[in-house]
Design a binder for this molecule. Sequence first.
Ligand code: MN
Ligand code: MN
Length: 463
Amino acid sequence: MTGKELQEKLAWKFPDIAERYPEQIETAGRFCEEYKQFLDRGKTERECVARAAEMLEAAGYRPFDRKASYRPGDKVYAVNRGKALIATTFGTEPAAAGLRLNGAHIDSPRLDLKPNPLYEKDGLALLKTHYYGGIRKYQWSTVPLSMHGVVYLEDGTKAEITLGEKDGEPRFCVTDLLPHLASEQNGRKLSEGIKGEELNVVIGSLPYEDTKDVKEAVKLKVLALLHEYYGMTEKDFIRAEIEMVPAYRAMDIGLDRGMVGAYGQDDRVCAYTALRAEIETKHPVHTTVTILTDKEEIGSVGNTGLNSDYVLHYIQKLAEREGADYKEVLEHSLCLSSDVNAAYDPTFSSVYETRNSCYVGKGCVLTKYTGARGKSSSNDASAEVMAKVVRIMDEAGVCWQTGELGAVDAGGGGTIAQFVAGLNVDVVDLGVPILSMHSPFELASKLDVYHTFLAFQAFYNAD
Ligand code: MN
Ligand code: MN
């Protein structure tokens, strides 16, 4: 055997998708046209759930009824408080043989309005915000923002807000200093370039028409318009959830159109690919449980986050209807914790370890562990789980790679995997490499998005 032959036999290098499957560049491009529409229509967890439910209904899914009888291939879904969703295709094997779980999150970093947000200062009307999730605050000023959310009025009716997405609608914005006056601000550390209490959103600049005996006429004009559009008063902000997010649409990046640039790809890229794979899975062996969850970005807390028991209770219902012990169901299940990872960025190479980073265009990334400071707060997937998932992807011809979240001690992070593992379920992280993660404009390779979809399809269809 020559040295070259031996090298081919023994050494391993992750393939480049465009080299291995050049014909898939076009397929991935088409797939991502629909992905971009999903991003544009779902900029909050509530909007993603509504859109997902529409897609599921159109594909024949019906609300899960624990008393109904289901046959293999039947499709159901359940919504948790309008902010999380679970979809299932019943398998030919009973639940006790184990489920195929796939959990992605549909919340993304953003600016939430405070409960009492509206004020006027020196002729401008502004909104106080409290950022949600890990953001680099300086990235969020001078970005056009749209307003999304729900508000409950005095009479109990719900008003839904989506303002700043359609052509012709107004947008909103956090201001920043001009360079001419920024010498003091320029001396701040980057993490304090814009401080939390400086993330104030401009919402108005004109006074109400009748200013006689009126203090704060600009604020009044804003209140008058909010009342005209949504029937709300200032008090109603307290019974509202309003999120300010980037107002632009998803777009192609690069002359070759190889990437998607958009807000909220962490983790709607996994949510969309999981949803598409779930819908296209017709006759799985194992019953599927596709979870689109909320609150991952702030630690999976709350009753719509994965650290609550809502998924456990759903699985208990699946088990009960078959007379199975849910503990046995959990023990035999396999889960993908589907979340993005940090793609290697040649401009900032020092925070990555090149041999264990994921790269744009080399496929979905299988992340054995996340965590920080010695794998702390991570689910460290076992060799057995890695072997199972690698086999499934290799047999389906899926391009995959491994990745750590940055070099050791460069930082770190967590996903939902630790909470799934807490249910006594085998789980590993898998997702899409992302550039500029958590910024208002994240990048993903279309080929990686497509191969993540292929990975989920293979996972659902495997025995
Ligand atoms: Mn994520
Ligand atoms: Mn994230």
